[in-house]
Design a protein around this ligand. Structure first.
Ligand code: GDP
Length: 295
């Protein structure tokens, strides 16, 4: 599970801090050196690590901490707060709009877009909302079928026009359909490529200008670490995405992407994918994530 490696790596450091009755600047310095190394090993962006450690150090050597009765606990609390801030602070929620709320899912092939259209639909159904799943990935042969299977499993409607109609037209007609039939959400699956290319971006931009989505959610694979951050930056610069779904956190013990994406790109992480099953999704809570690292 995510941060397991980081938590194990830092366990001794935090235990030592917790046990300290008195804390000097050198203790803080030593602990920060450990935190810095651990974050770098976890594949967190270099600049993010540097700024983070500096911030914690500044706060941790303040008089309030060094004179407190449990200075070690105090430092851990600061680390917790700063990790939470690094991942966005407050939980980032979906936009609330007049129905239907239009959500476009974008990302590279294999990141988990289609799967997460299903997972998100399931979460929305739990809130008694009626989602429409839109089969807009017409290039990957199995994508339409995959979405239809998910739709059946969820008893949710899937909108498809096959693979001969352009994704722009599909999105447009889906929105019309959702408006007429009282859907609360339109979840548009889109095509991904193995690498970012102009053609992909161009098509996504055209879908965007056609349906003017309320959310563009970038689906990124957490296991790809700093590559996920680079991918996020490219998509963001071309599409102005409104949030990220970080997938495969169940297989990512390091957590480099989770800790870097928000700080590097400014994109709020809205959901975490934590398995292959349809209910393996959770809203991303920066504070709970930070607590996992602290053990
Ligand atoms: P797409 O090409 O972006 O639409 O990707 P898919 O939705 O087809 O997902 C690609 C693969 O990743 C599938 O085998 C999914 O089961 C798997 N997958 C998606 N999300 C997760 C996740 O959160 N955890 C794990 N372990 N696997 C996932």
């Amino acid at each position: 599970m995510v941060f397991e490696g980081l938590a194990n790596r830092l366990q001794d450091t935090f235990n030592r801090l917790r046990g300290k009755g008195k804390l000097g600047e050198s203790d803080v310095k030593e602990a920060m050196r450990e935190v810095r190394l651990a974050l770098l090993e976890a594949d967190v962006n270099f600049k993010v690590v540097k700024d983070f450690v500096e911030k914690v150090r500044e706060r941790a050597v303040g008089q309030e901490v060094l004179q407190s009765l449990t200075p070690g606990q105090h430092v851990i609390k600061i680390v917790n707060e700063e990790l939470t801030a690094l991942m966005g602070g407050e939980q980032a929620k979906l936009a609330v709009t007049k129905p239907p709320t239009v959500i476009m899912m974008v990302g590279l092939q294999g990141a988990g877009k289609t799967t997460h259209v299903g997972k998100l639909a399931r979460l929305l159904q739990k809130e008694r909302k009626k989602p429409l799943l839109v089969a807009g990935d017409i290039y990957r042969p199995a994508a339409i079928k995959q979405l239809q299977v998910l739709g059946e499993q969820l008893d949710a409607e899937v909108f498809s026009l096959g693979d001969q109609v352009s994704p722009v037209e599909i999105a447009k007609q889906a929105l019309h359909h959702a408006t007429i039939h009282g859907h609360d959400y339109v979840l548009i699956d889109t095509a991904g490529r193995l690498h970012i290319d102009e053609q992909l971006m161009d098509e996504l931009q055209r879908v965007k200008s056609e349906v003017n989505p309320d959310e563009i959610l970038l689906v990124v694979d957490a296991m790809t670490g700093q590559d996920a951050v680079n991918v996020a930056q490219s998509f963001h610069s071309q599409l102005a995405v409104t949030g990220a779904i970080l997938t495969k956190l169940d297989g990512d013990t390091r957590g480099g992407a989770a800790l870097s994406i928000r700080a590097v790109t400014g994109i709020p992480i809205k959901y975490a994918g934590i398995g292959e099953k349809i209910d393996a999704i959770e809203p991303f809570h920066p504070d709970r994530m930070a607590s996992r690292i602290l053990g």
